[in-house]
Design a protein around this ligand. Structure first.
Ligand code: TYD
Ligand code: MG
Length: 468
């Protein structure tokens, strides 16, 4: 009896088919199927057929309490949740050139200097290139074990020899290939097979493994999303092209928080930790310009102050443009709708642009109030006070709702020299001794009226004064 082999695999989602077709039914993408050798039916070194029994364990028993290995780079340890967990596998994704290799060579060097055995396998660069980078970063003396290899079997044979390394870097998983599957390196099947072998090794040996993954232009780890499901943690390394800031964010973490960010700055001497991100994100501040508001946000456990910039300009288009960078477009639509419906702001004939400065991406609804303030400030040509911060969630009824961790936000603002905060009513009670003056507001309309009164441009569009 012959087993049907599925040999066309979607390079986007990993669905397999037994003949070619234009569209993948799994994910709906076109032209993503390519022919690959089928996975060998059995695992490595075993004949297909009977399985072998293994011992089932009780739930109670010795739990290896995930001993961690902090690498000493504080911003990275913060994101992993306190260090690399023994036997865990971590995927680091990011655009080409963002600094993944730089970050990881710095990490390995720090650990090697602390006396741990660490191995750095580069599948993309020759040893000479890696050495050149290390030299530039002043890491030449660190006893990192280095190789330029792509065969997973060879790599595993090498690292199993002698003392098991504490950390193994695979840069990148897309360049790896394994004997157990018969398709070209870089294909979904190969990436999945290689990742599987490396994960199996990590679990068995207790070494921590970091896989580097490339990201496609739409921001996904290239090829197999399946790898994301297989690993213990996924970190994404992000940054805006024109900025020197790099943000490391946990997308998934089985052993730690997923809302922490690590902030780095790319310098001529590699990545430098930024321990106080607010100073960085505010350093480019357009003081006293209409359309800018400072938002007191929280990233993970840490308050971060960031500037929100808005531009509202009369539109020449039938459907005015709405563009947003660094924030959720649907929240922008919601804030605009509330401004129209409850605050008498006419935006139907205006293009609206909103930008979060510094390349940070904000996920909090608490940014509603700062966004609204920036928008109205731009429309009314009314600069906001340069020493004020804003936070609060705006509800569909136009009320300003309280948000979590008000005290921490206010404390950070006071620390950075801000003198007043425009906040939801509940924040005052929570604040204690904030060290700055608090202007608590119950509805968005009162803030809008206040900003408009100080501006020199009407906020009610062409019909200003006529429709009341
Ligand atoms: P790299 O770590 O090779 O990126 P990735 O592995 O994510 O593709 O980083 C490459 C970029 O970083 C490159 O554009 C040069 C820059 N860079 C610096 O600015 N300073 C440095 O010290 C180093 C090593 C790189
Ligand atoms: Mg690289």
């Amino acid at each position: 009896m012959s087993r049907r082999t599925l040999s066309f695999v979607c390079q986007n989602c990993g669905s397999a088919y037994n003949r070619w077709q234009g569209k993948c039914e799994g994910c709906g993408e076109w032209n993503t199927l390519s022919e690959e050798g089928a996975d060998r039916v059995a695992g490595p070194g075993r004949k297909p057929g009977k399985g072998r029994p293994f011992i089932l364990e009780p739930l109670a028993g010795e739990a290896n309490d995930a001993p961690r290995l902090p690498c000493g780079i504080g911003e990275l340890d913060r994101v992993t949740g306190g260090g690399f967990v023994r036997g865990s596998v971590l995927l680091v994704g990011g655009d080409p050139g963002i600094g993944k290799s730089t970050l990881l060579i710095q990490t390995t060097a720090a650990l090697a200097r602390a006396g741990h055995r660490v191995v750095y396998i580069s599948g993309e660069e020759a040893i000479g290139q890696v050495r050149l980078r290390a030299e530039r970063l002043g890491l030449r003396d660190a006893p990192v074990e280095l190789a330029s290899e792509t065969s997973v079997e060879d790599i595993l044979a090498t690292v199993s020899d002698g003392k098991i390394p504490r950390l193994i870097i695979i840069d990148s998983i897309q360049t790896m290939w394994t004997d157990t599957v018969e398709s070209a390196p870089g294909t979904v099947t190969q990436v999945r097979g290689s990742a599987q072998a490396l994960i199996r090794f990590a679990k068995k040996s207790g070494a921590a493994v970091i896989l580097v993954g490339h990201v496609t232009k739409d921001g996904q780890i290239a090829g197999p999303r399946v790898v994301e499901h297989m690993v213990d943690a996924v970190l994404s390394f992000e940054g805006e092209g024109s900025h020197q800031f790099r943000i490391l964010r946990a997308v998934k973490n089985r052993f730690g928080p997923t809302d922490e960010i690590g902030v780095f700055e790319m310098t001529g001497l590699g990545l430098r930790e930024v321990t106080n991100p607010s100073e960085l994100f505010l350093s480019e501040r357009d003081l006293g310009q209409p359309g800018t508001a400072v938002f007191a946000g929280i990233e993970g456990t840490r308050p971060v102050l960031v500037e929100m910039q808005a531009l509202v300009a009369p539109s020449s288009l039938g459907t005015p443009r709405r563009a947003v960078v660094g924030w959720d477009p649907s929240r922008l639509s919601m804030v605009l709708a509330v401004l129209e419906a409850h605050c008498g702001v006419r935006l139907g004939g205006h293009d609206v642009y909103l930008n979060v400065a510094g390349g940070l991406r904000i996920h909090e609804p608490a940014a509603d109030l700062a966004a609204a303030a920036a928008l109205v400030s731009s429309l009314a040509n009314s600069p906001l006070p340069a020493d004020a911060v804003y936070f609060g969630e705006v509800s569909l009824s136009g009320a300003v709702r309280p948000v979590a961790q008000s005290a921490a936000r206010l404390k950070e603002a006071a620390k950075l020299g801000f003198a007043r905060a425009v906040v939801p009513e509940a924040a005052r009670a929570e604040a204690g001794e904030p060290g700055l003056s608090i202007n608590d507001i119950g509805s968005l309309a009162s803030l809008v009226a206040d900003i408009a009164a100080r501006g020199n441009r009407g906020i009610r569009g062409q019909t200003d004064g006529e429709d009341g």
